[in-house]
Design a protein around this ligand. Structure first.
Ligand code: MRU
Length: 345
């Protein structure tokens, strides 16, 4: 389990570039990409080569550092202008996970401060990279803290359901919801995971199952529609999911299908926990209906493993996320503790 957790290098800084594990090719192939231009970083985020709320935040901040080789360096003002434009471009690559714009904003702020102190363009580049690396480093600690708090909510042994991928592939560290499972197993607790396949892009069956297998944790993949029947027929201790954005009232955006899973969990009295770092919280939004929901290409639904899954000419509706109302959530596990709204700032 320890090996499975620590070897993953989902997103890192390497030789002046952002090195990512290309998640579109998993589980078949482990291929790393080195991104150095703004276009390459935006493309990798947009097509989910790097994905998961914390991981795209880190990729965004480090991506700005890589892309800064193309920024004007005649003076600090010009550099800042180019940086701000690049940050706006990356932030819009995926609109729902607030971590992306949060991390890009932190990077811009760090550079602005350095420019305010009279920093040269070279010093601004250093400040930019230092901020990206700080965000990455911090993420490692956040995963550990969420794992610690979340584990206390589970019996030993535990049988849990999870949706999408919220492990080491979605963060720099051990993960959010799946990080709790990995931490419990690492400490010798028994845990069995029911993995939602997570149509249309199969983050559950391709990525979560891959992580669990590496960690030696027993699991079974189920079609997304299986949840209610699973709760009806088996004894499930908890549902653990991640979040892309949590509004001030606790409404939680996460991968499409999370809301349906929460409704089924409520019907059968199964505790439903959201595990997410505070960087996924957007307290400026009163409720979840204000969260922008990314609409993705119809082809993702109309094709399955590259082959047609619908008649030629069929249309599809493909929101990447849904919003689970706060009332269906039993608790929000953050790096601080198990929290409930109204959240402290
Ligand atoms: O579209 P994705 O694969 O980026 O969606 C990811 C999720 O919905 C995760 O549950 C969320 O980002 C939390 S990950 C720690």
């Amino acid at each position: 389990v320890t090996a499975g957790r620590t070897i993953l290098e989902t997103v890192r800084w390497r030789n002046g570039r952002v090195r990512i594990l290309d998640q579109t090719l998993l589980p078949d192939r482990e291929v790393y990409l080195e991104l150095e231009t703004l276009d390459e970083v935006a493309d990798a985020i947009g097509r989910l080569a790097v994905r998961g709320a914390p991981a795209i935040g880190i990729a965004g901040a480090l991506g700005l550092a890589a892309a800064s080789r193309g920024f004007r360096r005649c003076d600090a003002g010009a550099f800042l202008e180019d940086l701000e434009a690049a940050a706006a471009r990356l932030s819009s690559a995926r609109p729902t996970a607030v971590n992306l714009s949060w991390a890009c904003n932190l990077a811009v702020e760090a550079v602005r401060r350095r420019a305010g102190d009279g920093g040269s363009p070279e010093e601004l580049v250093q400040a930019l990279l230092a901020e990206g690396e700080r965000i990455l480093e911090e993420d490692l600690h956040l995963s550990a803290a969420m794992g610690e708090h979340g584990m206390k909510l589970l019996p030993d042994p535990a049988r849990v359901v999870t949706h999408c991928n919220t492990g080491g592939l979605a963060t720099a560290g051990g993960g959010t919801a799946l990080g709790v499972v990995l931490e419990a197993a690492r400490r010798g607790r028994g845990v069995f995971v029911h993995v939602d396949e997570t149509r249309p892009l199969l983050q559950g069956s391709r990525l979560t199952a891959w992580e669990l297998q590496r960690a030696g944790i027993p699991y079974a993949i189920q079609a997304d529609g299986a949840a209610a029947w699973l709760f009806r027929t088996q004894s499930i201790d908890a549902v653990l999911v991640g979040a892309d954005r949590v509004a001030a009232n606790g409404d939680t955006a996460n991968k499409l299908g999370t809301f349906t899973l929460a409704l089924a969990a409520r019907e059968f009295g199964v505790p439903f926990y959201v595990v997410a770092p505070r960087s996924s919280f957007d307290l400026s939004l009163e409720d979840g209906l204000r969260i922008p929901i990314e609409l993705r290409a119809e082809e993702e639904v109309l094709l399955c493993a590259g082959r047609p899954a619908a008649p030629a000419g069929a249309r599809a509706w493909n929101p990447a996320f849904d919003v689970t109302p706060a009332a269906l959530v039993s608790g929000w596990v953050t790096e601080r503790e198990v929290e409930h709204p109204p959240f402290r700032p």
